[in-house]
Design a protein around this ligand. Structure first.
Ligand code: CA
Length: 221
């Protein structure tokens, strides 16, 4: 799942990015309002964390521009502690939630997953497809016999993408976009390799190959 992190404080951005990656996101980083506008429009972003105080402008204007361009991904804004006007203005501008600095990364992750669930029309942190359940909080797959499998970060991200929309076909390019950020350049057969690994875990029928198109999760398994 691709996330845009807009934060001009390098230290904070670096530590957040590494924790978000551990939590299963592929992270694009923007340091300025200009970069944020460009990446928000060009990339297939599923959610954004947006700092309001940026060197070349206000994050609120970025948010307003995104919404004006019909970009509907959920946005969590980072505000200064106690600044209630920022929170109100942010929500009015189309933010889905806010977090006051300084904050615990665990709270950021919990809020982020909550806005993502709402944007996908789910109320639980479990994704169910066929006989399988994916637990977002623990990155664990529950199988039909009740046993649980821990997944690596990449396995989890790939399966999360497929199971979120069972039946939908994802091309290799789309899956690569959700798994890797722009500055990573995975090899051409990396998706095939991970699909193979997931099939070993879930069974060969769980993920279907659509020749020339891509892959889809089989909700009938
Ligand atoms: Ca800032």
């Amino acid at each position: 799942m691709r996330l845009l992190l807009v934060e001009d404080d390098h230290l904070l951005a670096e530590s957040l990015a590494s924790q978000l990656k551990k939590a299963g996101f592929s992270v694009e980083e923007a340091r300025t309002a200009k970069e944020a506008l460009t990446l928000g429009q060009q990339e297939d972003i599923q959610a954004a964390v947006l700092d309001l105080g940026l060197p070349d402008g206000n994050g609120l204007d970025v948010l307003l521009q995104w919404r004006k361009k019909q970009l509907e991904f959920p946005v969590l804004i980072l505000t200064a502690r106690g600044n209630w006007q920022d929170k109100v203005n942010g929500l009015k501008a189309g933010a889905d939630d806010y977090l006051a600095k300084p904050f615990q990364t665990e709270e950021l992750l919990a809020r982020l997953n909550a806005v993502l669930r709402r944007s996908q029309g789910r109320s639980q942190s479990l994704i169910k497809a066929g006989h399988f359940e994916l637990d977002e909080n623990r990155q664990v797959l529950k199988q039909r016999d009740g046993s649980e499998v821990s997944l690596t970060g990449t396995e989890y991200r790939l399966l999360h993408c497929l199971m979120s929309r069972p039946g939908q076909i994802f091309s290799k390019e789309q899956l690569k976009d959700q798994l890797y950020s722009l500055n990573e350049s995975p090899g051409d057969n990396v998706i095939e390799a991970y699909i193979l690994r997931l099939r070993k875990i879930l069974g060969s029928q769980a993920i279907l190959t659509r020749r020339g198109q891509g892959y889809s999760f089989n909700h009938e398994v």
